[in-house]
Design a protein around this ligand. Sequence first.
Ligand code: ADP
Ligand code: MG
Length: 696
Amino acid sequence: MNVTETFSSMVFDDTTMESRLPKEVYKAIQRTIKNGKHLDISAATVVANAMKDWAIEKGVTHFTHWFQPMTGVTAEKHDSFISPKEGGKVIMEFSGKELIQGEPDASSFPSGGLRATFEARGYTAWDATSYAFIKDNVLCIPSVFCSYGGEALDQKTALLRSMEAINKQALRVLKLFGNEDVTSVKTTVGPEQEYFLIDKDLFDQRKDLIYTGRTLFGCRAPKGQELDDHYFGAIKPRVAAFMAELNEELWKLGVLAKTEHNEVAPAQHEMAPIFTTTNLSADHNQLTMELMKRIARKHNMVCLLHEKPFAGVNGSGKHNNWSISTNTGINLLEPGETPYENAQFLLYLCAVIKAVDEYQDLLRISVASAGNDHRLGANEAPPAIVSMFIGSDLEEILEAIEKEVPYDSKEKDIMRIGVHTLPKFPKDTTDRNRTSPFAFTGNKFEFRMLGSAASISCTNTVLNTSVAEVLRQFADILEPAEDFEKALNELIKNVIVKHKRIIFNGDGYDDAWVKEAEKRGLLNLKETPDALMYMLDEKNLKLFESHRVYSRTELVARHEVQLENYCKIINIEALTMLDMARKDIMPAMSEFTKELASAALVKMQLLPDADCSYEKENIKSITAILGAMNRQVKRLEADLLDSKSISDFAELAEFHKSVILDDMKQIRISADEMEVIASAEKWPYPSYGKLLFGVR
Ligand code: ADP
Ligand code: MG
């Protein structure tokens, strides 16, 4: 494959548009992409036609508005280009109107009560900032998805609005530093995607994986990840073939797939793309997840994107590398060459510090899901407490500013800290801290709490909006200041004094940190319902409302969708567990005791003083566990019935968290104990050993 030639070959990208559109129309669409200018219908008609011709040349017959509803996965409804013509023939048509807007019947997408069922229609609108592309012989038009009242029903709308918000405020701050040439500021993201690959034949034998994406039962295999021999290890041929095909398909779609390697847990891998503008990156990440699942199947494997498919080995996250760049190519989180540039950098750094401290609840909420709860706070993932790591160099600098003492820079000049005499920063000396949820890594922040299955939109909406809000406050203070440098110095100092509690450079996995964080007044929102309690706080409603990212109604709806989703997931898991316990595990174990008993009887008939301890002891253990499990199963069933009478979503979520999950835990303990004892032949499901080491 010639990568440079096939790269982006399935994308109606800039080069394709330039070569296929009349100059005027090309210019008009550029204005739409760059400055969000409205594209008039006549230009849209020309674009639609060119898109259709290009797509038909590639064998395409259908188009779809491709969007991201609040389910977390993408949605599409295909329409063909055909239009009847006299004489019983058809022609291929695609109008400007069809390009700009679609009208899917949207009554079955989650809306959090936003869309009454009598007004079931939603509409999708082309997001011209993201290129159209061809997937599976369908022309996909990246779109936003709204109700007829204009409320966002998707993940993308708010993300785009948040990019607008940070653009506006960051530009104000940049002007103060004399950057007159900058006309737009965008955030950039490179999401590192972790996933598991397991054999499809084994997957098909496990109802828990099929229905819930994670194992609800399973005792540990003799080997886990303790030897660290999988991390960065040689990639097995089947996995390598999968990765090669994935790269090829992603490249065709213009996704900058860059790094691939084995992760810490057996059967766990990672793919990282080169970063790009946040909204594109969000689209690309959705495509990546979709392709991972589809291509795995072709290789007779299944790709698990769940945050915790297996107990006892690491779960999967999605590290969200985030930064802010200008259209002139300056990364605003990159320490500069001159003291002045460094002052600007420090201000943006402080903006992020303040934003993360003040909106730690929202950041936690943005990654909250039933799946991710199994991961956050476990030993392999950042804790549920949001804190920041900035490295010892930067911390020393901040400390010097706070205390107004000289900073001993690495160049050994003793300098007094002031904006005009800020030291040149030692670049990229940030020691890697893998345990921090929010780490500065030299010229970007890496947010590590995000789960592997989630869309990156929500997290980046929060990041963009909260930093936009702080930049707005900064600009409000600095714009009218008479002595800019003095005001800047004071501002930076005040932020450090007030928000340094969020900075923690130590081991985030240590229990001591939990106590320390509590002393500092940081939130520790362990599970989803705990986090969601904060979502509708007045400060959060105000934040989103004032930057026009979410209206109150939209945020209330999202809160409801998240709570409901949490309950539904746990409910499905509980029902799956009951099914597996009743239909498979308990009957199999009862059979097993019968087998042991008849073996013992035969033995004793032949040899009256035979040692039947193996049979007897295990009959005894299994019988006891089976009895307990039977009670646990009944209890879960009764509690599920009770849950039906709770109508308040917050209360229902709390009930699932504290009661249902606990019932499930008990059942699992019983089953796993029996799996240890039972014969491999009698245990009804493939073991952890097979699942984790089955792909060769
Ligand atoms: P590691 O986290 O292992 O150090 P890298 O630093 O190479 O890996 O990058 C991890 C991810 O961060 C990649 O997806 C990369 O493209 C992305 N990245 C690098 N620079 C930026 C930036 N300015 N904005 C957003 N993402 C970035
Ligand atoms: Mg990383």
